[in-house]
Design a protein around this ligand. Structure first.
Ligand SMILES: [Zn+2]
Length: 292
């Protein structure tokens, strides 16, 4: 479904309520035709392929955003400098995920193969603050690290429109389950979006927000603190990372613990929260044991 936001800017609403492996995309119909992300479902993809796109922007390296890069061989691909290496090379992508042992690597590769993922080149590396000019539309690149190191939001000042990518204001909350994720950076990035005070927010996996935006952003941010508090309470009893990961603090009981990707991400996310608590000197660690 194509939703116009202004004369030159359109949201391509993804199927299945934009849930993984789909994402909403932002189409710029201007002198330079561009789209931010491209895992938007077949119907939207067919539309984009008829549009002779000049530029594909990747908000970050995750497969559910960059999946269709190879479908546009004539378009340039732009992504932030810090995520570009993971788009260009599968082994770097695996490293960013944190898939280290052969079993995890094999699991990652077989999954990516099953969804038809391919490496792609990145023609232009973006930096925080870059102004991308498409003719009438100008987008400012806002580095919003945390989800991934080079995750970017894009701001269009005239409409007050923020494409917030995976700062998706979902009920699940911020996702920081990869080795390259960073909780402190994520918090800073959500605060950066709050400071912008946008009039419209287009998220990758959720709705288009036009009301109560700051409230939604604060609620989303607080989910980090709530999970951290639950973890902190568990640490009354000295525990290993492995035993804490079994509590399903991050994913909750909605997700199946035996699903291998969730299991890996749960552990990494808990490790990220522990790292933050250690940095604040709120908890202690000796050997494999954490406590407070
Ligand atoms: Zn992502």
């Amino acid at each position: 479904m194509i939703v116009p936001l202004s004369k030159n800017i359109y949201v391509l609403k993804a199927p299945n309520r934009s849930r993984y492996p789909y994402c909403n995309c932002l189409f710029i119909n201007d002198d330079i035709k561009a789209v931010i992300d491209n895992s938007c479902g077949k119907e939207n993809l067919d539309f984009l392929m008829r549009e002779n796109l000049n530029v594909i922007i990747n908000s970050h390296f995750h497969e559910d955003h960059v999946l269709n890069n190879p479908s546009f061989p004539k378009a340039e691909i732009w992504a932030h400098r810090l995520d570009a290496p993971a788009i260009r090379a599968l082994d770097v992508m695996q490293e960013y995920y944190g898939f280290k042992n052969p079993e995890e690597k094999k699991l990652g590769l077989s999954y990516l193969e099953a969804i038809g993922y391919q490496e792609s080149m990145v023609d232009r590396e973006l930096e925080d603050g870059d102004i991308l000019n498409f003719g009438r539309v100008e987008l400012r690149v806002i580095l919003t690290a945390g989800h991934t190191p080079g995750h970017c939001c894009f701001y269009e000042e005239k409409e007050g429109l923020l494409f917030s990518a995976d700062i998706d204001l979902s009920d699940f909350g911020p996702w920081y389950g990869h080795d390259c994720s960073d909780v402190d950076d994520f918090i800073a990035s959500i605060n950066k979006c709050i400071d912008i005070n946008p009039a419209i927010v287009v998220t990758s996996h959720n709705d288009i927000f036009k009301e109560n935006i700051i409230e939604a952003m604060k609620k989303y941010l607080n989910i980090i603190y709530k999970k951290e508090e639950i973890l902190f309470n568990y640490l009354k009893i000295p525990s290993t990372l492995e035993s804490l990961a079994e509590k399903q603090i991050y994913y909750g009981y909605y997700y199946k613990q035996d699903e291998p990707f969730h299991k890996i991400s749960e552990k990494m996310a808990i490790e990220k929260l522990l790292k933050r608590l250690l940095k604040q000197q709120a908890i202690k660690k000796e050997g494999d044991i954490y406590w407070r």
